[in-house]
Design a protein around this ligand. Structure first.
Ligand code: CA
Ligand code: CA
Length: 409
């Protein structure tokens, strides 16, 4: 009786939305929908008992619903309103002062590791150790492990602010959530990053680190609006990726999401030396909208990546644009029927080769013109990927993605 009443309340309470959430929360990845459909597909928590359907409003409720990383019972978590991980349970803003350990402050760090005096040497010593400890304190508040067999769905346009979902588990669905990516309060100076040195940060919105059979669908990923700060003449970069996929992760479909206004958008494969990634990192990207990203849409090592029916747009509000497809070591990218609009840039800016050489580019509409090859790269000698349900004619991609990517309407 209790169960029936609960279900009834659940059903009634979703009635006011135009999207049918009763169905949505139980949906599974369609058959053949990209590489995530391999090896059993993705059902997440679709068959959860009613007692394992959670409606959460706060960080605490979300953590309780997830349970420990080993909590692999099928569960559905519905996020009912915005949850801000950058404020504490009393509503106070969490900032540097909440995390920095005694003896650390940024002023001293900047003095110690100023390239004028420190030079191009490995960052080490007491202040770096204190920075790392401070960073660990923040990490405990920001990073959340998602256990296996879980579906997480947001209602309407709910925002998750400043959280990093970490997925090292299997069979997970994440849909209809607007992620505001975390700010790292303790970026690290790396004198060896480029000729100039650079600031690097550690948090993504979603870090898929060794997870399998993951479906990320109809979400929005972007940064909070922050003022640009520079130290040592370089941007004080407080973000890492939006969705990063590394460490042997496999069978992943990323569909109908918006990735916008961000620098390092999607890293697939973290190191040329990670030979264990070979044969893994199979990812399908379709019907995503990449708007004004600077780079990594995605940047790939080792992975086999099918990229079709995505829309890439860059306008003059993003003068820092570097590239979209990054061809890294042993990467195998097959990109077809995408639309690319680059203001004041040509096709050659769309692709950047790092340490790889194989990419297939077929029938992409770039600045209004169909492009079939890219002159400097060897075509990849693989069969065209066949794991997809419907490939849009390239002339329909912009409309379809513009109307349907992001939160369900
Ligand atoms: Ca504070
Ligand atoms: Ca990352």
């Amino acid at each position: 009786m209790k169960k029936i009443l609960f279900l009834l309340i659940l059903m009634l309470s979703f009635v006011s939305f135009s999207v049918d959430y009763n169905n949505l929360i139980r949906e599974t990845l369609p058959q053949n929908d990209g590489y995530a459909s391999l090896n059993g597909g993705v059902s997440g928590g679709a068959n959860a008992d009613s007692k394992n359907i959670y409606r959460v409003k706060t960080k605490k409720e979300l953590l309780n619903a997830l349970g420990s990383i080993g909590n692999n019972v099928e569960k559905i978590i519905v996020i009912e309103n915005d949850i801000d991980f950058t404020i504490d349970s009393n509503g106070n803003k969490l900032d540097v002062s909440n995390y920095e350990v005694s003896g650390y402050n940024l002023k001293d760090y900047l003095k110690e590791y100023n390239p004028d005096s420190w030079g191009k040497n490995k960052i080490s010593g007491n202040l770096e150790e204190l920075r790392k400890k401070s960073s660990k304190n923040q990490e405990k508040d920001v990073v959340i492990d998602i256990p296996s067999n879980t579906t997480i769905v947001g209602l309407e346009n709910v925002k998750l602010i400043g959280v990093n979902f970490r997925i090292s588990t299997n069979n997970i669905i994440i849909r209809n959530i607007h992620f505001i990516t975390p700010l790292d309060l303790f970026p690290q100076w790396d004198p060896f990053d480029d000729k100039t040195g650079n600031w690097n940060s550690q948090y993504d919105s979603i870090t898929i680190k060794g997870g399998n059979n993951i479906w990320i669908d109809h979400c929005i990923f972007e940064d909070s609006k922050t003022e640009e700060i520079k130290y040592f003449g370089r941007k004080y970069e407080q973000h890492d990726g939006l969705v990063d996929i590394t460490d042997g992760a496999d069978n992943i479909t990323v569909s109908y999401n918006i990735f916008r206004n961000h620098n390092k958008t999607m890293l697939i494969g973290s190191s040329d030396n990670k030979k264990s990634d070979d044969g893994k990192l199979k990812v399908t990207l379709h019907h995503n909208y990449f708007y004004n990203i600077v780079q990594r849409g995605p940047r790939v090592r080792y992975g086999l990546i099918h990229i079709y029916n995505n829309y890439y747009k860059n306008d003059n509000r993003n003068p820092d644009y570097k590239y979209s497809l990054g061809v890294g070591y042993n990467s195998k990218i097959y990109a077809e029927n995408n639309v690319v609009d680059l203001e004041n840039k040509g096709y050659e800016s769309f692709v950047k080769v790092f340490n790889g050489k194989y990419i297939t580019l077929i029938n992409n509409l770039v600045n209004g013109k169909i492009e079939n090859v890219y002159k400097n790269y060897e075509s990849l000698d693989i069969q065209a990927p066949s794991l997809y349900n419907k490939m849009d004619n390239v002339n329909n991609v912009k409309d379809n993605v513009s109307n349907n990517a992001g939160i369900f309407k």
